[in-house]
Design a protein around this ligand. Structure first.
Ligand SMILES: [Zn+2]
Length: 47
């Protein structure tokens, strides 16, 4: 897997498996390992 690092992005770890999650869109991140997805509506959950 490729890991991209940008200065202004935080890295989120998947709550399910701990894998590094990929930012798909501004408010949408996905775990490429287990397929879990999070978005802004889950604010209290991961953000
Ligand atoms: Zn995961």
């Amino acid at each position: 897997m490729q890991v991209k690092k940008s200065n202004d992005e935080d890295v989120h770890k998947c709550l399910v498996c701990g894998y590094e999650m990929v930012k798909m869109q501004a408010c949408h991140i996905k775990c490429v390992n287990c397929g879990a997805e999070m978005d802004c509506s889950d604010k209290g959950f991961i953000w």
